[in-house]
Design a protein around this ligand. Sequence first.
Ligand SMILES: Cc1cc2nc3c(=O)[nH]c(=O)nc-3n(C[C@H](O)[C@H](O)[C@H](O)COP(=O)(O)O)c2cc1C
Length: 391
Amino acid sequence: MSDFEPFYDVNLSYDDNYAKGPFGAFAAALAADADGTAASADAAGAVADESAVDFLGHQVNLPFGIPAGPLLNERFTTAAFRAGFDLATYKTVRSRAWGCNPFPNVLAVHPQSADGSLIPGSAELDEGVLADTRYEQPISISNSFGVPSRDPDEWQPDMKRAIAAAGPGQLLIPSFQGSRTEGMTTDDYIADHVATARLVTETGADLMVMNTSCPNEGHNRLLCHDPALVGRITEAVKNEIGDRALAIKLAYIPPTEVTGGWGPERTIVDDSALEFMVKETAERGTVQAFSAINTISARLVDANGEQALPGAGRDRSGVCGRAIRRAGLDMVARLAAIREKLGLDYTIIGLGGVVSPEDYAAYRAAGADAVMSATGAMWDADLARKIKAAR
Ligand SMILES: Cc1cc2nc3c(=O)[nH]c(=O)nc-3n(C[C@H](O)[C@H](O)[C@H](O)COP(=O)(O)O)c2cc1C
C-alpha cells in the first residue's frame, strides 16, 4: 500500500480501529479541533452556509457525506464533520452487543471489466473476483464485518455526543438494524427493530436510517428481498418513532424485465419489484427516504483461485467502491423514475463508488437529493472539500 493512511486502518482489527481510530487526516482534524484551530460545533452564533439545502427537514451545507460503516463512533463522526462531510452516518447499531467477523475485514478487489465495474447478475460474481491487499485507485474493496455493535449502554451516550458535535449545516444520521437470533419468530424480529429504533430515539436523534441490506442476515438472504416484510417492519418502526424521518438502506434490486443487457441500449420493460418496495413503504408514508445502494455480493478468490477471506461462510462478501458505481447510479435513476411515476416526494440518498466530484454530479443528475461515499471517503479524506471546490 502507498504511504496514504485511510482514516479506518484496514491493517488493524475492528476493535483496534474502534479504540484507537480515526487515523490519518481524520486524526489530524480531531487534533485541530482540540487545539481550537478548527471550526467546531459550538462556534457562537454560527449558521449554515448560504447555499445550504433542505435534507429531511434539516439545513445542510452540501448534501454529501459518509454512509453507515466506516464511522465507528463519535470520534470518527466528529472528524468527518470537521473534514467537511456535512452528513455523517453513525455505524449501524443493534439492540445488543454483537461480535465482528474475524480479521481481515477488508480486501482490495479487482474486477476484470475495462472500467472496473461489477455488473449485477453477471457470471463473474459467482465465478470469483480477485481480492488481495493491493489497494489501487480508483478504489474497490470488499468489507466483511458482520455488522458488529456495542451494547446500547455504550453506544447510546456515544451517539448522543456524536449528534451534539455536528457543526452548523451538518447532520448526524444514526443507522440501525434488527437482529435475528436463534428461534426468533417474525413478530420477535419486527419487535427487535422497534426496540432498536426506540433506543436510537432516546439519544435525541430525529431521523434514522434502517439497514435492510445486510448480506449477513442468514446465508445471503437480504431483508430487502422481502418487501412485504420490510413494509410490516417499517410500519411498526414508524409507529414507534412518530414524526422523525425514517430512511431505509437498500441493496441493488434488479429490474424485473429488461431488453438490451447492461449497455446504453438497455430498456427497462418492467420494474415492478422495486416499485413494490416503494409501494409497501414510501407510498404508505412510513418511509421518507431511500439510501441506495449497499454492497454487491461476490465470490472472492485469491491469485490461486482459492477462497480469499478465511473462515466458513465467507466465500462471498460484499463489494463496494468504484466497482459498484454503475449499479448505484442505475438504482438511483430507477428510484427517481418510480418517484415521478407514482407522484411521490421521497428523498433519494445515492451511493456506491463515489470517488470524485464528477461522481457526485453524476448521482445528482440521476436524481439523488443527497450523495454519500464510504470507500471513496476512506481513501480520500479531502473528498468533501474537493466537491465543494468544484461546485
Ligand atoms: C468499512 C465499511 C463498513 C460498512 N458497514 C456498514 C454498516 O454497518 N451498515 C450499512 O448499512 N452499510 C455498511 N457499509 C456499506 C456502505 O454504507 C455503502 O453502502 C457501500 O460501501 C457502498 O458505498 P461505497 O461504494 O461508497 O463504499 C459499509 C461499508 C464499508 C466500506
